[in-house]
Design a protein around this ligand. Structure first.
Ligand SMILES: NC(=O)c1ccc[n+]([C@@H]2O[C@H](COP(=O)([O-])OP(=O)(O)OC[C@H]3O[C@@H](n4cnc5c(N)ncnc54)[C@H](OP(=O)(O)O)[C@@H]3O)[C@@H](O)[C@H]2O)c1
Length: 349
């Protein structure tokens, strides 16, 4: 049996409970993953909040779209994955678990020097950011505005745009400006006067926008400062974004899913080489998933929130302590020059 987190009703984090589930053997094309860490994303609480519908048939609802872990069993027809492989899994349906069945196509080898926690928080935000930068054709010499630059997706968008040779302006709360600066962007505050601050920070103009905030302020500022609306993309302001004629990236069409899947290998390579960091804001045991969600829903916590199965913590596989914010530098460092994590080698357990 495996302990898994489920939402037993629609509502707030109080509906989250740990239950025991028999994951069963992997079916064709699947593997059984022993989860070492799972990434927390806003979509996790939006799913059971009722904002996306309240279909009772979806309850109890498994949660979590990304994880890192060790392959414990392999189903029929899986050729390139073996028991004992250390992997990153995205997308996953139900990553908040001690064990979960995952399509083999969702797996990417985990570089040995990338911690379980950073690996678990890398791919959803990273692939979303890569997709947004591709959709807005960001390249060297561009000036890019990222709304929500201190968030999981925004931070990835800043780093990836910076690595492409773009200049980045990132909005965040003043308390997070130093973090945004460290990521490689010029930080500015969101709130009244945003358009003026953007123009002051980019007197020669803004070529493209990646919006993770979805507010009217972010969207209206974006269309005011960019002349080509095809180069403005929102990941959060769907209704208003559609009205304004900008790109709305839901990540649900086959094309979008393929773009994100393709982005995973490059993201892992960059992380292994120490060129793309995943800042861990806080880490909680699976049994404290509700606390983790309350922290995430409150915002203002730069970096990723990570869940670690209680059983993993008990066996001493985790780094740092769960249940509280952990400093990013308590994580083991990758080799900044990419050795040996640059090799796409699989470590066996
Ligand atoms: N469409 C997709 O495929 C897709 C995929 C992934 C995520 N998303 C969505 O993208 C959004 C961001 O996700 P995330 O994981 O990056 O969340 P997150 O880590 O919680 O980050 C939220 C960010 O929003 C900023 N923010 C908060 N209030 C703001 C405001 N009024 N104006 C401007 N910025 C504000 C925060 O800045 P401070 O903390 O500095 O205040 C922070 O940078 C969520 O709505 C999520 O559901 C969509």
């Amino acid at each position: 049996m495996a302990r898994v987190v489920v939402a037993t009703a629609y509502g707030g984090p109080e509906v989250l409970h740990l239950i025991d589930v028999d994951p069963g053997p992997p079916g064709p094309g699947q593997v059984l993953l022993e989860v070492r860490a799972a990434g927390v994303n806003p979509a996790d609480w939006k799913r059971y909040s009722g904002a996306w519908g309240t279909d009772p048939a979806k309850l109890p609802m498994r949660l979590g779209f990304e994880a890192s872990g060790v392959v414990r069993a392999v189903g029929p027809g899986v050729a390139d994955v073996s028991v004992g492989d250390e992997v990153i899994a995205y997308p996953v349906d139900g990553a908040y678990a001690e064990q979960v069945l995952v399509p083999a196509t969702s797996l990417v080898p985990k570089p040995p020097l990338l911690s379980w926690e950073k690996a678990a928080g890398l791919l959803l935000a990273g692939a979303t950011a890569a997709h947004a930068l591709k959709a807005t054709a960001v390249g060297a010499g561009d000036t890019v505005l990222v709304h929500g630059a201190s968030g999981g997706v925004g931070a990835m968008a800043v780093r990836l745009a910076h690595l492409k040779g773009a200049r980045v302006i990132g909005t965040a709360s003043p308390a997070n400006h130093e973090y945004v600066l460290d990521l490689g962007a010029t930080p500015i505050a969101y709130g009244p006067g945003l358009e003026r601050r953007v123009r002051e920070a980019a007197p020669a103009g803004v070529h493209a926008v990646v919006d993770t905030a979805g507010t009217d302020e972010a969207l209206e500022t974006s269309i005011a400062v960019v002349s080509d609306l095809r180069r403005v993309a929102t990941l959060a302001g769907f209704a208003r974004g559609t009205q304004l004629g900008i790109q709305v990236l839901g990540g649900v069409t086959a094309k979008e899913i393929a773009i994100r899947a393709q982005a995973r290998h490059r993201l892992v390579e960059l992380a292994a080489a120490g060129r793309l960091d995943v800042r861990i804001a806080a880490k909680y045991h699976l049994s404290d998933a509700a606390k983790a969600h309350r922290l995430g829903m409150g915002g203002r916590t730069p970096g990723k929130i990570i869940l670690v199965p209680d059983s993993v913590a008990a066996r001493g596989h985790e780094h740092g302590s769960a249940g509280k914010a952990v400093a990013a530098d308590s994580e083991p460092k990758t080799d900044g020059r990419g050795r040996p994590g640059r090799r796409r080698r699989i470590t066996r357990h």
